[in-house]
Design a protein around this ligand. Structure first.
Ligand code: 5RP
Length: 265
C-alpha cells in the first residue's frame, strides 16, 4: 500500500487504538431533512471535535462545515435516489474521484445493495471507485445498504455482503451489528465498522450495540441517528468514544453519558 493510502486510512482508523469513531451525517442524500439533521451546521458543529472523522456529502460539506476543520472527511460519493422514488438501490456515482481529492477527503464512501435488482450496478460502482481510489491513494468505504428492508440485517446476509465488498477491494466496510456478528467481522478481511440504524429506544441500547460490535470484531462505528437524535448528542458521542478507544463497557459509557448530561453537555 502506498504512503498516501496508508496516511489517509490512518486518519480514519486511528493507529493508536486501531479503531475509529466516524460520525455519519450523510442521511439527507436520500432522506432529505432527516429529524434533527434539518440544519446540518447546527447538528454537526458541536460534534465535530469529538469525531475521528465525519461522513457526509459534498453539498453539506461545502455549506455546513468550515474549511478550517481538522476533522477528516469521508465523502459519500454514491446516490441519485430518494426515499419516495422507485428503488433506493438504483444508485450511481454522484461525485467524481477528482472532486474528492479537491475536497481533501480522507476516504470516499458508497453503498452497495447486494441481493437487489441493482446489485450488479452498485457492485460495479464499488469496483470502479476502488480502481480510481488505488490510482490516487484514496481509501474506499463500502456501505452494505439494505434500504427499507431492515429485516435483512442478519449474520448470513451481512457476511455475504461484507465479504463481497472486501473481495472487490473496499478498504473499510460499514455494515450493521447483528446477532452472530463474529461471523460477519471474522470473514471480512478488511476492517469493519457498524452503523447504528434507526434510533433505538434508549442511549444504553446504542452503547450496548457499540460494545457488542467492538467485542465481536468491529473496529468502531460510523454512526448517525443514535448520536444526533439523542437529546444529548455530545455526551452520546463521548460515551461511544469511551467504548471504542478506551475499551470501556456499556455501563461505564452510560455512566459517562449520564454525568455529561447532568453537566448539560
Ligand atoms: C446510509 C448510511 C448512513 O450513514 C448510515 O446508515 C449510518 O447512520 P445510522 O447510524 O443513522 O444508521 O450510510 O446508507
Amino acid at each position: 500500500m502506498d504512503w498516501g493510502m496508508k496516511n489517509r486510512l490512518a486518519r480514519v482508523i486511528k493507529p493508536k487504538t486501531g479503531r475509529g469513531v466516524m460520525l455519519a451525517v450523510d442521511h439527507g442524500y436520500f432522506l432529505g431533512p432527516t429529524y434533527r439533521l434539518e440544519e446540518p451546521r447546527r447538528t454537526i458543529g458541536p460534534l465535530l471535535a469529538y469525531a475521528d472523522s465525519i461522513m457526509l456529502t459534498r453539498g453539506v460539506l461545502r455549506t455546513s462545515v468550515d474549511a478550517d476543520t481538522d476533522t477528516p472527511i469521508v465523502l459519500r460519493v454514491s446516490g441519485g435516489t430518494s426515499i419516495v422514488g422507485r428503488a433506493l438501490s438504483d444508485e450511481g456515482i454522484t461525485t467524481p474521484m477528482k472532486e474528492a481529492i479537491r475536497l481533501n477527503a480522507a476516504a470516499v464512501a458508497l453503498s452497495i445493495f447486494v441481493g437487489t435488482e441493482h446489485e450488479h450496478q452498485t457492485l460495479l460502482n464499488l469496483s470502479q471507485t476502488v480502481s480510481e481510489g488505488e490510482e490516487y491513494g484514496m481509501p474506499v468505504l463500502a456501505v452494505t445498504a439494505v434500504g427499507k428492508e431492515l429485516e435483512k440485517r442478519d449474520a448470513r446476509y451481512l457476511s455475504l455482503a461484507c465479504r463481497i465488498a472486501a473481495e472487490l477491494g473496499a478498504h473499510i466496510v460499514k455494515t450493521y451489528y447483528c446477532e452472530g456478528f463474529e461471523k460477519v467481522a471474522g470473514s471480512c478481511p478488511v476492517p469493519v465498522v457498524v452503523a447504528g440504524g434507526p434510533k433505538l429506544d434508549t442511549e444504553m441500547d446504542a452503547l450496548q450495540l457499540t460494545y457488542n460490535a467492538v467485542q465481536a470484531g468491529a473496529v468502531g462505528v460510523d454512526m448517525g441517528r443514535n448520536i444526533w437524535q439523542s437529546d444529548f448528542p455530545v455526551a452520546m458521542l463521548r460515551a461511544i468514544r469511551l467504548i471504542v478507544h478506551e475499551n470501556g463497557n456499556a455501563r461505564q459509557a452510560h455512566e459517562l453519558f449520564l454525568s455529561l448530561k447532568q453537566q448539560g453537555k
